[in-house]
Design a protein. Structure first.
Length: 276
């Protein structure tokens, strides 16, 4: 019996040990992938609920490791934030995304993009806005074609207000990501220079079947409209959801119903098919 217990303890200790090692190995691999710029960017189109046209795309980072396969941003973004790698990661994402946008512009397709930002990136706002401007300029992308997505919880962190006002003066739009999930008060809607609310997927899920969910989602859409903000529904997966959102006069939707996140060449193909 004692022997068995000891054995279990050994196994548990062994597992804990390897979990720490695994995390460190992941950090190392991520640092390397950022350094070598092997991260990739995908684009998920947003479409108008009024006319059905593509209005822009959200940029989503992808990491494929030869040993581990695809690793979700849900796993590695927090690691990048924790280890101070997020600004470097963001630069790789920016450069790769903007290079594609420039190519599309040269082919006659103007695609506004939205890039995700983490709270930690606002610590050195001088440097960040400088990099932002110089990358956009390098690829010939007007600030008006660029949107920053920032989660509601990141908005609530210290120092964000001034940072957003600075960013706003550059002519960049600001979008609140995962709206309604940040456990914050609504009063911030008044103190930040916002342009767009993205209704979190959790509020869209189930609106066809569940009356209360439907009421809440409709209320969020009408709140955004009252505040004269653009409103985008995330994670739209069914035709029934689309119809309700259209009824409520939600501006745009994003989700698997229309398209998954795509590689750059597949987005270009979609743009070409859509406009012909
Ligand atoms: P997010 O900003 O809320 O992005 C939307 C996520 O929902 C994406 O997951 C997208 O692939 C997924 N999605 C889109 N449509 C649907 C749908 O119809 N159904 C379902 N079930 N899911 C859908 P992804 O790409 O795995 O990204 C996860 C999160 O990682 C993002 O959530 C964002 O918070 C973060 N992230 C991704 N790329 C970046 C980046 O470049 N920088 C930063 N800071 N964060 C990023
Ligand atoms: Ca987002
Ligand atoms: Ca979101
Ligand atoms: Ca999310």
């Amino acid at each position: 019996d004692a022997k068995k217990q000891g054995g279990n303890q050994f196994v548990m200790y062994g597992m804990a040990h390897s979990a720490v090692e695994e995390e460190l190995a992941l950090q190392d691999k991520l640092a390397h992938a950022i350094e070598k710029k092997t991260l990739d960017v995908y684009f998920q189109p947003k479409v108008s609920l009024q006319h059905g046209g593509i209005t822009g795309a959200e940029v989503l980072v992808r990491w494929f490791d030869p040993d581990m396969g695809f690793i979700s941003p849900i796993t590695f973004i927090p690691i990048a934030e924790k280890t101070g790698l997020i600004s470097q990661l963001w630069e790789v994402v920016m450069e790769k995304a903007c290079r594609h946008v420039q190519e599309w512009r040269q082919l006659g397709y103007e695609v506004p993009i939205a890039v995700n930002f983490s709270a930690g990136q606002f610590a050195d706002i001088e440097n960040m806005t400088e990099r932002l401007q110089s990358i956009l300029a390098a690829y010939g992308i007007p600030a008006g074609q660029f949107e920053m997505e920032i989660t509601e919880s990141a908005l609530m962190e210290q120092g964000t207000t001034e940072a957003l006002h600075r960013i706003k003066t550059l002519g960049i739009s600001i979008s609140v990501d995962d709206f309604g999930t940040g456990y914050s008060s609504l009063s911030y809607l008044d103190s930040f220079p916002l342009d767009t609310l993205k209704v979190d997927r959790s509020f869209i899920d189930g609106i066809e079947e569940n009356e209360r969910k439907r009421q809440i989602a409709e209320l969020i859409v009408s709140l955004a409209k009252r505040l004269e903000l653009k409103v985008v529904a995330e994670g739209v997966e069914t035709e029934g959801q689309r119809q309700l959102l259209q009824e409520w006069q939600c501006d745009e939707m994003q989700g698997y119903l229309f398209s998954k996140p795509l590689q750059a060449q597949d987005l270009l193909q979609l743009l070409q098919n859509h406009s012909s």
